[in-house]
Design a binder for this molecule. Sequence first.
Ligand SMILES: Cc1cc2nc3c(=O)[nH]c(=O)nc-3n(C[C@H](O)[C@H](O)[C@H](O)COP(=O)(O)OP(=O)(O)OC[C@H]3O[C@@H](n4cnc5c(N)ncnc54)[C@H](O)[C@@H]3O)c2cc1C
Length: 377
Amino acid sequence: MRSEVVIIGGGMTGVSIAYQLAKRGITDVILLEKRYLGSGSSFRCGTGIRASFTTEEHIVLQKHSIEMWKELSEELGFFYLRGGYLWLFRKEEQVNAFREFSKIHNKYGVPTRIIYPDEIKELAPTINTEGIIAALYDPLAGKADPFGAVLSHAQACKKMGVKIYTQTEAKKIDVRNGKVIGVDTTAGYIETNKVVIAAGYGSRDIAKTAGVDLPLENVPHHALVTEKFKEVFKPLVIDWTSSAYIVQTYAGNILMGIDIEEQPNIPLTQRIDFIPTVVKVMVKLFPWLRYVNVLRYWSGYYVMSPDRHPILGPVDEVEGLYVAAGYSGHGYMMGPIVGRLIAEWIIDGKPSLPQAERLTLRRIKEGKLIYEKAVVG
Ligand SMILES: Cc1cc2nc3c(=O)[nH]c(=O)nc-3n(C[C@H](O)[C@H](O)[C@H](O)COP(=O)(O)OP(=O)(O)OC[C@H]3O[C@@H](n4cnc5c(N)ncnc54)[C@H](O)[C@@H]3O)c2cc1C
């Protein structure tokens, strides 16, 4: 087998890169997914999409991604809604910190603002604001259906000629004289000069086979969904004090998560204590939740980088090797823009957004870390 580009990983990142490449005429692409599409973190995510971050790199990339989410949802026909984000605060210092963050958002065209309990109640009418002193409201933020987003991208890719091999694992990236020459897979050897690692929690392991160390840690996170309801509230709501978040999915289920202490790089296991931990916070915020049925609980990885920004773009040591991994819990929302940027790196030799060039592996090697402070869950 031979292919111009091989993409390793069939989550939101992988299908988005394949789609953006194909739209620009590069259709000689093979995407490898070792299980089924979306089976990594993408189908396990909280579905949230925002640009209310704390660094220029994240805010600018996400502002573009949000525009793309709208266009793509119309083009490919999946659910996307700009229902906003509400970051709830219980302490004055939290309000002060986010007032400063809001200035950065506004500087880059993201219209967040601090609001108070009356307006919080208008945006989420069944909320109990006891103990809440203010919130950051991000009206540009929203949510999208991950099943629809990943699968519609994949279908459109196939129509344009991209080959998607599921149940096919990349075992080794073959490098000779500092250049990519192929990928060994469970379905045979593929000759290629360009490989993109978009393998989520599997990125560090597969990069090692090319002699590249990606400083990423896979940290388990947990989520649950309740039975379905008619629309109760539109925004994704974050209780910043506890790190818990809650969102109503497009299907009507209420999805929630919270950060509980976990060791990095352990297999995904059940943590029954997650359920009372998140429910305790959420029943206080939305007292009616006391009476609902929990349908499902699951866990998935946040793939953490040292500074909570993804590692994007070409790798200095190996010609033809590109990375898009290490999103630190917010990679679903970055899918569209990362797809476009990686396609630009491959086709044009550089990305159209200069901020992306600061997010390559080189920044970590040179100790030029860019810390993100607004990581949820
Ligand atoms: C509970 C939870 C809540 C989250 N909430 C949000 C949120 O609200 N918003 C947001 O933006 N992000 C959220 N995230 C993070 C988000 O899910 C991820 O950042 C995103 O899905 C990453 O997409 P990806 O395609 O890079 O990785 P993945 O979806 O993990 O896809 C990588 C794929 O690569 C495959 N793979 C691995 N190794 C190999 C190999 N050697 N060969 C072939 N295939 C391989 C895997 O099977 C997997 O399917 C959340 C994550 C969790 C766990």
